[in-house]
Design a protein around this ligand. Structure first.
Ligand SMILES: [Zn+2]
Ligand SMILES: [Zn+2]
Length: 231
């Protein structure tokens, strides 16, 4: 990471045109301080995506472990929303690096896999991919962008209840065989957990050995933003 203090003339010029400041502490010159981002998140025990019990759970044992950096409220939520809706992609990688530093890799990993942006989305970038890149930077594990949505745009317009019943096979792996590999699936916010579950199933179908899910935050209100693929 660069520790330069002086800006190049171009950087200086850009800074005067579009000054940036950390949304947490207000410090100028950075879209988000790494230290502020680090303070938002913490490591916590792995929970089961399906039943919410501590891993290993009774029904699913170690199959669907997930961990979130923080509860989806306050500044944690603000950062997630600005990453998603305000085009602040630069903050995503910093947030991802915080996740990668704070969350201990519970078992060796071969790939970091972002939840894909839906085909119908009109957003310019996939916020989950930026988070995944940050984790990849810290863990030194390659990013693998091969998950794709299969469900139609029409289905993705359904309400929260229908989304909770997102059909099996809604997400597919379009990459190499994953036999014997461990993958980390990354999304911005966990709500019902169905998106992560479908993603994990796709990775297991492709041969993955173990799948860990990580999100920046977890919402206790399943309807707040939902797992709507393009929300
Ligand atoms: Zn700051
Ligand atoms: Zn379980």
């Amino acid at each position: 990471m660069s520790h330069r203090i002086l800006m190049t003339p171009i950087e200086l010029f850009m800074h005067f045109l579009w000054p940036v400041s950390c949304p947490v502490c207000g410090k100028m010159g950075n879209v988000l301080c790494r230290s502020c981002s680090d303070e938002m998140v913490q490591n916590s025990p792995l929970l089961c995506l399906v039943c919410g019990e501590r891993i290993p759970c009774h029904l699913h044992y170690r199959r669907y472990p997930y961990v979130s950096g923080a509860l989806h409220s306050g500044m944690v939520r603000e950062l997630a929303l600005s990453l998603k809706y305000q085009g602040k992609s630069g903050t995503g990688r910093i947030m991802g690096r915080s996740l990668g530093s704070v969350i201990t890799m519970p078992f060796p990993q071969n790939r970091i896999v972002p939840v894909p942006l839906h085909r119908g989305s009109n957003r310019k970038y996939n916020q989950s991919r930026w988070l995944a890149l940050g984790i990849s930077d810290v863990w030194g594990v390659i990013l693998s962008d091969h998950l794709k949505w299969r469900i139609s745009e029409k289905q993705s317009l359904l309400g929260a209840e229908a989304r909770r019943n997102m059909p099996e096979g809604a997400i597919l792996w379009r990459g190499p065989n994953l036999k014997g590999q461990n993958c980390t699936l990354v999304d911005d916010v966990k709500t019902t957990g169905t998106t992560l579950l479908r993603g994990a199933e796709a990775l297991y179908d492709a041969g993955a050995e173990r799948v860990l899910s990580i999100t920046w935050s977890r919402s206790i209100n399943a309807n707040e933003r939902g797992d709507l693929p393009w929300s």
